[in-house]
Every structure is written in structure tokens, then in C-alpha cells.
Design a protein around this ligand. Sequence first.
Ligand SMILES: Cc1cc2nc3c(=O)[nH]c(=O)nc-3n(C[C@H](O)[C@H](O)[C@H](O)COP(=O)(O)O)c2cc1C
Length: 423
Amino acid sequence: MVAAALTDNAVEIAPGVHWVGALDPHLRSFDIILKTANGTSYNSYVVRGKNGVAIIDTVKENFADDFFRRLESVARYDEITTIVLNHLEPDHSGALPELLKRAPQAKVYLSSRAQMMLKALLKPSGEKPPEYIPVTTDDTVDLGGRTLRFLHTPYLHWPDTQCTYLEEDGLLFTGDIFGCHFCDNRLFNDQVGDFRFSFEYYYAHIMRPFREYVLDAVALIEPLEINLIAPAHGPILRHAPRDYVHRYRELATPRLFNEARSEKTLVVFYISAYGNTRRMAESLAAGAESIGGVRVSLYDLEGGESGIFTDLIEEADGLAFGSPTINADAVKPIWDVLSSLTTVNVKGKLGAAFGSYGWSGEAVRLIEDRLRGLKLRVPVEGLRIKLVPDAGELEECRNLGEQLARHLTGRVEHREIDMAALA
Ligand SMILES: Cc1cc2nc3c(=O)[nH]c(=O)nc-3n(C[C@H](O)[C@H](O)[C@H](O)COP(=O)(O)O)c2cc1C
């Protein structure tokens, strides 16, 4: 963080609108999964109208003192009529129980999905839940000459997420979307350092699994007149705020050229020490290709890192994984790719597993369990071949590929049920 002194007071971001958040420059990882080379900030905002004061989001619990000190420099607790929670994750709701004690008259506005979460969050305090009002797109709060309008933008990145638009000023308080973990006490995007990496990294690790929801939210936001975007983390976007909305549309839109638009895509990942699983993969791929209407890609994971395949996986209709069993498990490069699947939405894609083994052959079942856990469809039972596949076994692999292709193209052969056999 640049060491210039930041006042303990609030920072005015527009007339009568203040940042009252907290800076956390020394944080080096967030939510276990994110690296934060520049720390982060927990942004909270105060909006003053003629008839009342609104607080939009709070801060992480251990930063509550900073938040209350800044808040007290611009508003009295008895003036607070409105508390808006764009998102209830603890880094934004940590100071909420104390704020409710200090401003018990305030009404709390949140999305309907947030209500149960609010109860669960306030549970340990033993406090009676405050009066809260569920809101959705186009619901408004009149602060006197200033109107807060809500936008229902779920899953960015929790189910309860919403954005809040200050109509008269064109200010959009977005919660986590358009935010990033980048702490700099100069606060504004035209003054802080180059935070592009953090902005993109945040999208890739937090928003990417929800990209359809991102596109829905962007569609709601694009028609608005926007002078400033005030996210819940990182720089306040007052210079060219619309550029960040455009960038989100780009990021959430499929990014690979796809020559196979009229076809389904099946990506086959494999790894193989002695070539047995590789031969299985090649036969499976040939079988899938023979059906027509499916473009098959074959990747040897020994030659790649899991991260580089993310775009490919996001676009694929089907994913097949081949691994030998080594020490009763699938091998690490396979698990690396399988664990990277959490950063994209794979729900409903077709999944399959195969592999060579020597005696116990656990790998295939373990991969299938993981695929099901990630909510892929696994309609065809995985194929295990003991040691070196012979011609007949390679034919089985080919057959597996054909079946997968039929599932992808909707040309599954329906089994004839012999009624006599059921009797
Ligand atoms: C270090 C090592 C450990 C192995 N552990 C197992 C095992 O736990 N269970 C099993 O069924 N096969 C095991 N195998 C046998 C392999 O799964 C078998 O050789 C397989 O054919 C290798 O396939 P690949 O040529 O595709 O690598 C092991 C092989 C090696 C080299």
C-alpha cells in the first residue's frame, strides 16, 4: 500500500456520499483461495438524503473500529434510517450486529435470499433480528431527494447478492462485482496503481463459475447512466466506470474461437506411464468421432498444466478423463484438472472416466465420484482395462466413445426391454 496518510475520517466520493470502509493492506490470502499481494479493502458507504442517512454494507468484524470512526465523522447514529446489505458474506456484514445496536431504528434492506442468512449470522449475538425488508429489481427507498433503487443480481457470488443504484447521482454500489483485492489508500481507480491484474484475477476466481449470472447482471446495469461504480473491495471506479462493465461482458462471454459451432465438443484428457491409458484414450476418441456431430479433442496432461485448459473446459459439452491407477488412486495431474473445475460452471456437462490398472483399479470410480460431485452427468459407466488393452478391449473403448457421442448429440439408442425377461 502506498504510505501516504489517509485520514481517519470518511472520504467523500460524491457530494453527500462517503466511503467509510476499512483498509487491510497486510492480508496475503482471502477466503483461503485467493492470493492478495496488495491486501484488500472492505468498502462501506454512507449516503445522506434530506430525510435520512443510508449505510451501504459494513466491514469485516475486526475492522469495525475503523468503520465506526469514519462513520461517526459524517453521520450520527440516530440519523441512520436505512441499512442496505448488498451481500451478507462476513467481510461485509461483520460490523452489522454492532451497527444494529447503535442504530436500532434503521430498517434493513436486502434480497429475499439474504433473509435466512441474516438470521443465521445474527444467531450468536442472541439479538432479536431487526426489521428487514426484502427487495428486488426496481424496489426503491426514498431518502429525501435521493433514491436508492435495487437491482436483483443473484450469485455474484453468493445467492443473496444485489446491487444498489443511487438514481439522482448515477452511483452504483455493486457489492463484489467489479471489485478486486487491491488495497491502496488513494482509493480511486485514476489514482491507485495498476490494478488490472487484481481485477481480472478476481473475476477468474470469484465470478467465473457464475458467468451466466454475470451476463444477466451486466444486462441490467448497461442501460443505467453511471458516473461511478462503488464496489465492496478495491478501487472506487470513478474514471470511465463503463469500461469495467464492458470488460465484465467480455470476460463472461465465451472467449475461444469455436469452429465447431454446429457440433458438440468432447474433450478427452488422459495421462499414461506405459501407453495403456493413452491407447484407450485414442480408441475412445476415434469412436466418438466416428458418430459425427461431435468434435473431439485429445490432451495428454503430462504435457500441460491444469490452468491452461480452463477455457477449453468451460466451452466443452463433454469431458472424459483417463488415468491409470497408481497407489490406489488416479494420478495428480488428473486431480489438478478436476479441482480446477470449481472455477467454471460444469453443471450438466457430460462426464466419463476410463483407465488401465494392474490389480485394484480404483482410479476410474474415484474420478466418476468426483464428476458426479461436481454435478456433471455421468450416463455411461467408466471403463477399466487390466494392464495392456488387446484388440477386443480397444473396441470396448471405441464403443465407449461412440456412446458418449450419442449422449452428446441426443442420439442415444433406447434399450429394448424384453417384457418376458421381467416376468
Ligand atoms: C508405482 C505404481 C503403482 C501402481 N499402483 C497400482 C495400484 O494401486 N492399483 C492398481 O490396480 N494398479 C497399480 N499400478 C499398475 C498400473 O495401474 C498399470 O501398470 C497400468 O497399466 C498403467 O497404465 P498406463 O500405461 O496408462 O500408465 C501401479 C503401477 C505403478 C508403476
